[in-house]
Design a protein around this ligand. Structure first.
Ligand SMILES: *Cc1c(COP(=O)(O)O)cnc(C)c1O
Length: 315
């Protein structure tokens, strides 16, 4: 699998931004470790999802590209697929719930995606998506449970290890497990002694529980502010990869997540969405006590102004 991450990195050359690694003395002091932040909030479309979408869509056959692709998501994956489609001249259709915030719909349309709305009370999004795919010959690009997608996501960790040698620990936020699977494969390929630790909201700790019990558990619609991690469970492909490659998990409270978003805003002057701040939340809250060199993936920066304002005014 590591060779697939390396191949994805080559494919992404000149396409994905090589995002910076930031450090902060204040954070080092608070964490009691040397912390290196991989800023995927500064990636194209504002999240690492660009990597997996590009790696997957660019490898489709000419025929598949001519028919177009389909994704179901209202979040960062939707925008990534729409944007990559625009770059590669591939038609994209995004299936979204009709209660998705209009900003997300407009952003996706702004990148050239056709948005199809469905009623989440009455319809199942996978059925809606499958029907559309069959009718039009679209290829489905899943948000995490797909090898080309997850090895693409792993290139973020690969770059971090290239820029910062000898990390002892890598902290990665977990939703459906694409980012952490790819990151763990990359890590064990470059620096096998580096521990890979997944971080989840306490109220959305399905991956943590699945990891501990070795049985795939789901939590539907968890009430977390970290919307990138609201996926009910790991996937059929990502769950076994998590069991094989990931070393441990930690969970953090909603307050700790907001505190981390504020910390990154005030001390590093960067905008990081709640899902993206999970690793820093684990360090600041003491959910994980570490020493040595710690890498953290700041997975995304897409947060709307009202949510950011509310988080900042609470602190
Ligand atoms: C999608 C996403 C995640 C979770 O990634 P998975 O591959 O689903 O585990 C975390 N943070 C952000 C910002 C995301 O967009």
């Amino acid at each position: 699998m590591f060779d697939k991450v390396q191949a994805a990195a080559e494919r992404l050359q000149g396409q994905a931004r090589r995002t910076p690694v930031m450090t902060s003395r204040t954070l080092n002091t608070r964490a009691g470790a040397e912390v290196f932040l991989k800023c995927e909030n500064l990636q194209r479309v504002g999240a690492f999802k660009f990597r997996g979408a590009y790696n997957a869509i660019s490898q489709l056959s000419d025929e598949q590209k001519a028919c177009g692709v389909l994704a179901f998501s209202s979040g960062n994956h939707a925008q990534a697929v729409a944007y990559v489609g625009q770059l590669l001249g591939v038609k994209t259709t995004i299936v979204m719930p009709d209660n998705a915030p209009s900003t997300k719909r407009l952003a996706t349309q702004g990148y050239g995606g056709s948005v199809i709305l469905y009623d989440p009370q009455k319809e199942d999004r996978e059925v809606v998506a499958r029907t559309l795919a069959e009718e039009h010959g679209y290829t489905l690009i899943p948000p995490y449970d797909n090898v080309n997608v997850l090895v693409g996501q792993g290139t973020a960790a690969l770059e971090l290890h290239e820029d910062v040698a000898n990390l002892d620990v890598l902290l990665v936020p977990v939703g459906g497990g694409g980012l952490i699977s790819g990151s763990a494969i990359a890590t064990k390929g470059v620096n096998p002694s580096c521990k890979v630790i997944g971080v989840e909201p306490e109220v959305a700790n399905d991956a943590y529980l699945s990891f501990k019990t070795k049985e795939l558990l789901a939590i539907k619609n968890p009430p977390t502010i970290a919307d990138g991690t609201r996926t009910p469970s790991l996937g059929k492909i990502t769950f076994p990869l998590v069991l094989e490659y990931v070393d441990d998990f930690r969970t953090v409270s909603e307050d700790a997540i907001k505190e981390a978003v504020r910390f990154l805003f005030y001390h590093l002057k960067i905008v990081v969405e709640p899902s993206g701040a999970l690793g820093v939340a684990a360090l600041l809250s003491g959910a994980l006590s570490v020493s040595g060199r710690v890498g953290v993936i700041l997975s995304g920066g897409n947060i709307d102004a009202p949510t950011m304002t509310a988080i900042l005014s609470e602190g």
